[in-house]
Design a protein around this ligand. Structure first.
Ligand code: SF4
Length: 341
């Protein structure tokens, strides 16, 4: 199946056939014949095209815990799709083979939005995730598929760097259920040097996603020597508690050398455990560790009585003391999405 060129949303035409894209906070000005920073939005004769619409590089049925997403439809499968390109240029990218490739080099297949929804349902998945590469730059496709999926009662998930603009995020709000966002560090310096972006727009989109009613869950990859100081991690946790609420699940994951960042070791588990304990001390209800196989801090504990509510091993999970949103041991209300509304 050959798909026609798909005109982009979220852009304005300027003079001399140039355009300005307002999908992410780079807000690229693109001259005729050019691409944006993400490499997948192309200006042809004054019209901006979404070049990866319907183009799939990766397709899988994953446990939702793999995203990682622990408080949204736990224990279910998520039909997961990725394409190519990224609006960040992270030196430690773990999916660089798809984020840094081009449309010409990649092995892609076509998938219409309606067909994607059918496959999700046939696979027994409770949701669709746009993941593997940055979904912000796949806006039109995710919007079309997500709108259909939402009507069919499926959950809808962005695994994102959070660099989407407010106007684009508002456009997704009627269909998007979960915003699984990376908080890569808590300094603008890190975002500039390591990712080629800025911190504040990411924080702003987290706040807006919550205001728009999405479930927000954060992931921070803790990198030795770059963002692992207790001062920085404490400041990040305090910000989340104050602006997103103490019930926001935060994942602190171990770094492993990858792509262009091979000059340092993996994160010691002891560093992650220290951050977990600090998060608890500061009042965060649900901190988690990631990339540490079989660790007790992957489980969900009741913040009131400390009973184990969900046990996790790798990507498998078992709900043990949770009835709907209630701890069956002490009755505490647990902030967790069990069904799509
Ligand atoms: S999505 Fe972002 S990086 Fe891509 S063209 Fe638009 S503003 Fe530029």
């Amino acid at each position: 199946m050959v798909m026609a060129l798909h005109e982009a949303r979220q852009y304005t035409k300027t003079e001399n056939d140039a355009v300005q894209c307002s999908l992410c906070n780079h807000r690229c000005k693109i001259n005729e014949g050019g691409h944006g920073i993400c490499g997948v939005r192309h200006n042809e004769k004054g019209t901006l095209y979404a070049m990866t619409y319907g183009k799939i590089s990766s397709e899988a049925v994953d446990p939702i815990e793999k995203k990682p997403l622990f408080h949204y439809l736990p224990g279910t499968l998520s039909y997961s799709l990725g394409s190519v390109g990224c609006n960040f240029h992270c030196q430690h990218c773990q999916n660089w083979h798809i984020s840094r490739t081009t449309l010409e080099r990649a092995h892609l297949h076509n998938l219409a939005p309606k067909e994607g929804v059918s496959r999700a349902i046939e696979s027994g998945s409770a949701s669709i995730s746009w993941t593997y590469n940055e979904p912000t730059i796949w806006h039109e496709y995710a919007l079309d598929m997500g709108t259909l999926a939402h009507r069919q009662g499926l959950g809808t998930i962005y695994v994102t760097n959070g660099y989407i603009t407010k106007e684009a995020l508002r456009e997704l709000a009627p269909m998007l259920g979960a915003f699984r966002v990376d908080l890569k560090a808590f300094t603008d310096d890190f975002y500039k040097k390591i990712c080629g972006a800025r911190l504040q727009p990411v924080l702003d989109s987290c706040v807006l996603a919550r205001e728009l009613g999405m479930h927000v869950e954060t992931v921070t990859l803790v990198i030795p020597g770059l963002n692992d100081s207790m001062e920085e991690q404490s400041a990040l946790i305090r910000w989340v508690i104050e602006h997103l609420g103490p019930a926001t699940p935060m994942h602190f994951s171990a770094f492993h050398p990858d792509y262009k960042m091979t000059d340092r070791d993996a994160t010691p588990v002891a560093t992650l455990e220290k951050i977990y304990k600090k998060a608890k001390e500061l009042g965060l209800r649900f901190p988690y560790l990631g990339n540490v196989y079989n660790h007790e801090y992957e489980n969900t504990y009741c913040p009131k009585c400390n009973a184990t509510l969900i046990e996790r091993k790798g990507f498998s999970s078992r709900i043990v003391r949770l009835d709907g949103q209630q701890c069956t041991n002490c009755g505490e209300k647990i902030e967790i999405v069990r069904h799509v509304s």
